[in-house]
Ligand binder design. Structure first.
Ligand code: NAD
Ligand code: MG
Length: 383
């Protein structure tokens, strides 16, 4: 029995994680769930999964949830960052699944690592803003970081049994998002509802916007660097609109391994939870003859400058990736609030990176300071 705590149980990944648990009640037990403020859904999840703890980040929502819980249900309601930290480091859990959105997941993730919990990581922003720190803490405390992101799960599966040093290249596949094939002038005035329509995946709002700008792939390049210990020039991106090949590894002898499957996030979630074993399921099987054609093309860095900015942040090193990420979080939010245009996102990210003085090997406090600085810088630059 694996005992799980979930950061962000009400989101796209969180709900799919609970579905994996629902199908495998003999293998997984949910000890704690959490969300920002979605109390109605949390209550449903409490009734179905009977966790011992629930953490609600928003204090008022936590009070509201407490009043909603029937008296015959025994669950401890926690709140704020202290609540998220507590459910990440409970003695009763084996693994923390991080399905929260944004770098707010960093502190609870580090808390879990320090308590010796394995991490099933969907929350890529955590590795983007603090990859060096997170991976070195994981080594120190001998915990595994198991990727949930489909591309990284694919690479992880391709590498099973292989030594890291035999990797020549990682080839990340990208669907291209809703605006594949468009030019810059086509996209100047796109709206959020156009950007939110992903062709292959149904996901949370932030990652959907990131997919439309290709920042999602940029964040994944950075995530891959830290997860697999490769340099940025060993990570290629290829656009593959069918999303059937989830990513590939090219080895030093020119051999390439790929992992394929129907686009369904429950598979990488399940694998991160069941690793090193596999679990039988009834998910859709791949029918290659029906799919018939798999195509590949170069990413268009002119139309999608966010991907280039992510590579630049890695080349410049230090805390540039953290700044890229924090600025992007603010800007995506502003775009979702109809406050800025599509190309304001890369414009202000670049401006913020230009204004930043980088630090090598930053501490947690320094990363949190840089995050505050970047958010304020972007906010005032927009004004
Ligand atoms: P989502 O917006 O659907 O869900 C986010 C979850 O985080 C919700 O449960 C929300 O309540 C919670 N949350 C947000 N702020 C919080 C806070 N301050 N305190 C506590 N909880 C908070 O997002 P998603 O699409 O599920 O994505 C989650 C993470 O997984 C992101 O980092 C994303 O990049 C990554 N990811 C998602 C997918 C996908 O298919 N959705 C695929 C790969 C990686
Ligand atoms: Mg992905």
């Amino acid at each position: 029995m694996k005992r799980i705590s979930i950061l962000g149980s009400t989101g796209s990944i969180g709900k799919q994680t609970l579905d994996v648990v629902r199908r495998n009640k003999d293998k997984f037990e949910v000890v704690a769930i959490s969300a920002n403020s979605s109390v109605d859904l949390l209550l449903e999840q409490i009734k179905e999964f009977k966790p011992k703890y629930v953490a609600v980040y928003n204090e008022e929502s936590a009070i509201k949830l407490k009043k909603m819980i029937p008296t015959d249900i025994n669950v401890e309601v926690l709140s704020g960052m202290s609540g998220l930290k507590e459910i990440s480091s409970l003695p009763e859990i084996d693994v923390l699944l991080t399905a929260i959105v944004g770098m707010i997941g960093l502190v609870p993730t580090l808390e879990a690592i320090k308590s010796g919990k394995d991490i099933a990581l969907a929350n890529k922003e955590t590795l983007v803003c603090a990859g060096d720190l997170v991976m070195s803490e994981a080594r120190k405390h001998n915990v595994s970081i198991l990727p949930v992101d489909s591309e990284h799960s694919a690479i992880f599966q391709c590498l099973n049994g292989e030594k890291n040093k035999e990797i020549e290249k990682i080839i990340l596949t990208a669907s291209g998002g809703p605006f594949r094939g468009k030019s810059k002038s086509d996209l100047e005035n796109v709206t959020k509802s156009q950007a939110l329509k992903h062709p292959n995946w149904s996901m949370g709002r932030k990652i959907s916007i990131d997919s439309s700008t290709l920042m999602n792939k940029g964040l994944e390049v950075i995530e891959a660097k830290w997860l697999f210990g490769v340099e940025q020039n060993q990570i290629d991106v290829v656009v593959h609109p069918q999303s059937i090949i989830h990513s590939m590894v090219q080895f030093i002898d020119s051999s390439v391994m790929a992992q394929l499957g129907c686009p369904d996030m429950r598979l990488p979630i399940q694998y991160a939870l069941s690793y090193p074993n596999r679990i039988v399921n009834d998910f859709e099987r791949l029918d290659l003859a029906k799919i018939a054609t798999l195509t590949f093309e170069q990413p268009d860095l002119e139309t999608f400058p966010c991907l280039k900015l992510a590579y630049d942040s890695l080349k410049m090193g230090g805390t540039y990736s953290a700044v890229l990420n924090s600025a992007n979080e603010v800007l995506v939010n502003e775009f979702l609030n109809d406050k800025i245009g599509f190309y304001d996102i890369p414009y202000y990210i670049e401006k913020t990176m230009d204004a930043h003085t980088s630090i090598d090997k930053p501490t947690l406090e320094q990363i949190l300071d840089i995050d505050r600085w970047a958010r304020e810088y972007v906010a005032s630059a927009i004004r």
